[in-house]
Design a protein around this ligand. Structure first.
Ligand code: GTP
Ligand code: MG
Ligand code: ZN
Length: 357
C-alpha cells in the first residue's frame, strides 16, 4: 500500500525546501552496499546516487536511512538527484584512527537509548550516548529494560537520574507489553524514532511489541553467543498508527562524533554551570586553583567519575577536530572554544601518538 508523504514523516521543515522542482520527494528506508531503497508517492524503489551529486558530496555525506532526498524515476529504479537538509543527524566516528563520520540515522525526532538493567547498566556509557544524541538534534529518551531480571530498580533509577536534567527515563520489561505504553506518546503519526544501544539490550524486542508482530529477529538466548549481533541492518519500520521506527544493530564501539562543544555542555550541564565560576575560563577541573567543579567533587554533589568522563569525551572530540583539521576540513567559530580548551598535556599526548587513539 502506498504511503502519503506525511506517513513517511514529511513535515513543513522539508516542504519549505521544495522549490519548483520536477523531482519527487522520497525517504531512504534501507541502505545496501551499492545503493538504497527509498519510498516515494509512487512506491518503493531501489535507488542510486546520480553521478553529479556523488561528485559534490564526501562519501560520509551520502544519504543515510531516514534521509529525505529528491529523486527521478527510471523504469526499474530511482536516481537520487538532491538531498534535503536534515532535521537531525545521529553520527558516530568510524572505529580506528580514521576521522571519518558514520551517520547512524537521519531525521529522527526521538532517539531511544535502550539499556539492559541486567547486563549493560553503565553510567559512563550512557553519558557517551547522551552526548551523541545531544549532538544529533533529536530528543533523547532512556529505556531501562529487563527490569524483571533484577531485584530492585530504584538504585538504578537514582543513578540514571543523576545523569540527566529533563530526559525522560522509562523502566520496562519488553516481555510485558503494558510496560511499554509510555513509549506510544513518542511514536505517533509521522514521528521518527530510532533505537540504539548495546547488542542484546532488547531494541528489536521493543520494536516488535510496538509493531504488534515479530518482524525483527530477536536473539534466541539458547542459540547465540553473548556479544553476537542479532540485528545486522538498519531498517525503517512503519507502524499502523503512522509512527516510524528505525531499529539498529547493537553498537560495539561508540566513538563520539561531536563538532564544537554544545553537545557536551548540554549533556554535562551541571559541570558547565559550575565551570562558569571557575577561576580559569577554560578550566579542565583537574588541579586548577579555585575550581568550582573540584569543590563540588569534594563536597560530594558531583561524582569524580562523571567529571573524568566529561574530560575524556572532551579530549576525544577535540582530537577528532584536530585530525579533521589536518585533513583540511574547515574549522569555524563553534570549534574555537573546544580547541581553546585543549591543554598542553593533551596536545603533547596527541602528537606523541601521531594522531587519534
Ligand atoms: N527477561 C527479559 N528479556 C528480554 C527483555 N527484553 C528483551 N529480552 C530478551 O533479550 C534478548 C535480546 O533481545 P533483542 O531484542 O534481540 O536485543 P537487541 O537490542 O535487538 O540486540 P541486537 O539486535 O543484537 O542489537 C532476547 O532473547 C529477548 O527476548 C526484557 O525486558 N526482559
Ligand atoms: Mg536487534
Ligand atoms: Zn574548574
Amino acid at each position: 500500500m502506498e504511503k502519503t508523504l506525511e506517513e513517511l514523516g514529511w513535515d513543513p521543515f522539508f516542504e519549505k525546501q521544495l522549490k519548483n522542482t520536477k523531482f519527487l520527494p522520497a525517504r531512504i528506508i534501507r541502505k545496501h552496499n551499492s545503493g538504497y531503497d527509498l519510498t516515494c508517492l509512487e512506491g518503493t524503489y531501489y535507488a542510486r546516487i546520480r553521478g553529479k551529486l556523488r561528485k559534490d558530496l564526501l562519501k560520509e555525506e551520502w544519504p543515510a536511512v531516514g534521509d529525505w532526498v529528491l529523486c527521478s524515476l527510471e523504469k526499474e529504479y530511482a536516481m537520487i538527484e538532491e538531498m534535503l537538509k536534515r532535521k537531525s543527524k545521529l553520527s558516530r566516528k568510524v572505529s580506528g584512527k580514521t576521522s571519518q563520520e558514520q551517520i547512524i540515522a537521519a531525521n529522527a525526532d526521538t532517539i531511544f537509548l535502550v539499556v539492559s538493567l541486567f547486563e549493560d547498566f553503565n553510567p559512563r556509557k550512557i553519558e557517551r550516548y547522551l552526548a551523541l544524541i545531544a549532538e544529533s538534534g533529536a530528543r533523547a529518551v532512556i529505556i531501562l529494560n529487563k527490569v524483571d531480571l533484577i531485584a530492585e530498580a530504584a538504585p538504578f533509577l537514582e543513578e540514571a537520574n543523576k545523569l540527566v536534567v529533563d530526559t525522560p527515563i522509562i523502566v520496562t520489561n519488553a516481555l510485558k507489553p503494558e510496560t511499554l505504553k509510555e513509549l506510544e506518546s513518542y511514536t505517533e503519526k509521522g514521528q521518527t524514532s530510532v533505537f540504539v544501544g548495546s547488542s542484546g539490550a532488547g531494541k528489536s524486542t521493543i520494536v516488535n511489541v510496538l509493531l504488534g508482530e515479530q518482524k525483527q529477529v530477536v536473539k534466541d538466548i539458547g542459540k547465540h553467543k553473548k556479544g553476537q549481533h542479532t540485528t545486522t541492518s538498519r531498517d525503517m519500520i512503519f507502524l499502523s498508527n503512522g509512527g516510524i521506527l528505525i531499529d539498529n544493530p547493537g553498537i560495539r564501539e561508540l566513538r563520539v562524533w561531536i563538532d564544537g562543544d554544545d553537545a557536551l555542555n548540554e549533556t554535562f550541564s551541571d559541570i558547565d554551570d559550575l565551570a562558569q565560576n571557575c577561576k580559569f575560563r577554560n578550566c579542565n577541573h583537574e588541579q586548577e586553583p579555585d575550581c568550582k567543579v573540584l569543590e563540588a567533587i569534594e563536597n560530594g554533589s558531583i561524582d569524580q567519575e562523571r567529571v573524568d568522563n566529561w574530560r575524556k569525551l572532551r579530549e576525544e572530540s577535540t582530537e577528532l577536530l584536530m585530525k579533521r583539521q589536518e585533513h583540511g576540513r574547515p574549522v569555524d567559530q563553534r570549534h574555537k572554544s573546544i580547541l581553546a580548551g585543549w591543554t598542553k598535556q593533551a596536545r603533547a599526548n596527541y602528537n606523541r601518538r601521531g594522531g587519534l587513539r
